[in-house]
Design a protein around this ligand. Sequence first.
Ligand code: SF4
Length: 663
Amino acid sequence: MTRRNVYLAQVNYQFGRNAFLPYSVGIIQAYCEQIPEISENFEFVDLMFRRTDPDEVASNMVDPAVLGLSCYIWNWEYNKALAKSVKAAHPDCLIVFGGPQVPNNSADFFDTHAYVDILVHFAGEIPFSEILLQFLQRKPDFASVNSLSIRQTDNSSLKSDLRPISRDLETIPSPYLCGVFDDLIQDARYDFHASQETHRGCPYACTFCDWGAAYFSKVGIFPDSRLEAELEWFGQREIELLYNCDANYGILKRDLDLTYKLIETKSKYSFPKSFRAAYAKNSNDRVFKIARSLNEADLCKGVTLSFQSTHEETLDLIKRSNIKMDDFSALMRSYKDENIPTYSEIILGLPGESYDSFVDGICSLIESGQHGSINIYPCLVLPNAELNDTDHRREHGIKSIPVPLQAAHSTASENEIAENCDIIVETATMPLADWRRAYLFGWTIQCFHSMGLAQFLAIYLNAAENFPFRTFYEELLDFAEARPHSLTGKQVALISQVIERVLQGGSWDVLKPEFGNINWPPEEATFLSLVCHKDALYDEVTEFFEDLVARHEVAVSEEILRDLISYQKAVVVDPYASQEIKVPLHHRLPEFFGLASAGKKLRPVSVENGVALEIHSEAAFEGDLAAYAKEVVWYGRKKVRYLHTNITTSLPSVVASQRQAAF
Ligand code: SF4
């Protein structure tokens, strides 16, 4: 008997040679193939994961009976183009869309997407298998399958009842262990990353998130034995990056044991080399232990201590509660003591947030010791998130615009089908002009504080003179803006153009071919532009600093100013620096910044005969801009690679005058 061909697609961006194994469709195949009636009657021909030209894909298909596409924000437009091409070339092929991007409200969907036959809502394994079983019937009754929207002959939508949520995941086999990826992984053109799902669902209900839907609120777990066997599979197949796709890794007690098993796998096979996860919201002691173990095993790329907002009213509106700032400061100290990088996320444009609350929120994180990564994202409006509810939007004056998706670090391609998303650019509490300014402030913080270009100057003023971070960075932005022909002024002008381009529906990404064929987020593009011109940059920064302290009547001696600029300039890793750097100083700045970064108010100790700052760099890039950009910025941002860490001071010949005074 001839089997019918099933094609499954879960396409994603490619990052150089790196590509993700298509887990979401792989697990659907694994589930379906265990059902004898399906495996006897269907052949799963191909798992598509690349953004290949849709017409080419369609013309290469052989008698496709069913095409299933996993849809999310990064492949929605591509999937629609592919479905259209396939329907045109193979009109009898049943086209099924599933995944988080499929709109819950499908009433008008088929009016404009008549090339799609069926939508699957929420988890796809069982509905897709039942669609295949119906397909075998002489008169398929797709309406008898739960959780579907089915296109009718007049392109209206017939929605079947939602399948009651089941958290029994034991019946869903692992695509890794079932051999679904065994052929794909042999393809020598790619270095595959893998995704692992240890549990499903999220008990929280953040309104901006599509996991916040009540349907996903129950957490179901995959069995330990399966997960441990998958880890073996990853180790044996030399998977370099393991991406954990749980909503809250570390929320379950067993997550610590799974982490130990992962570490054991790495020590056995030397793979996986890197592990990424979205850690449990309101990070706890278990997450800390997980992060410490991963860090010791060199598997951790940093831990998210997420906030999204620090503004109480906004947190109420988005149904989120964060840890208290005092607890956050203590947590930051614990992570710092263990040398574990942390990063915090803030969303721009949430309801209830104003320019002031947004800027103050970022600065409160810095004051609590978050000098590493603060990642600021414009608020996306996901189709199935509560934030997208019409009444909610009206109530909070939410205005969003469609813009191309920011595919940070993806390979730049001219013939790409652009993916889009809606971002909020105005709310009742943040008019558009404030949104623009807030974006620029966030860009200033990310580039100059989090990525370190002016961090030590700001920390000095805050620790020694109680000078607010907000004033420092708002005035740095004003300074640059007022000098449009300066190095920093040109960057503000460029980013302002990017903002205007985005507001017209254009792209966020900045191309800098000298740093590789990669789409750079704006703050990284600025960092790269400035770090290559350190002399000119720090001449401007010195001018700014002198002007700032003079206007605010803050006394900073010439000697300390020179030391601060020398220190600041030396500790930022640049593409031209030699491996050994020596800088004469008059103050014990490394010790000072160790305490000041943790929030202590103090002044640096001066050393009578001076002291030499000695930096030993792990790598010298000798002007190789592409290698520098990849190692230090792309891969290294979350590990804070843009700042030297191996910093010592040579012993002074004369004992320092003990002028360190807490106040
Ligand atoms: S943002 Fe995270 S914690 Fe909030 S609902 Fe989504 S997955 Fe859950």
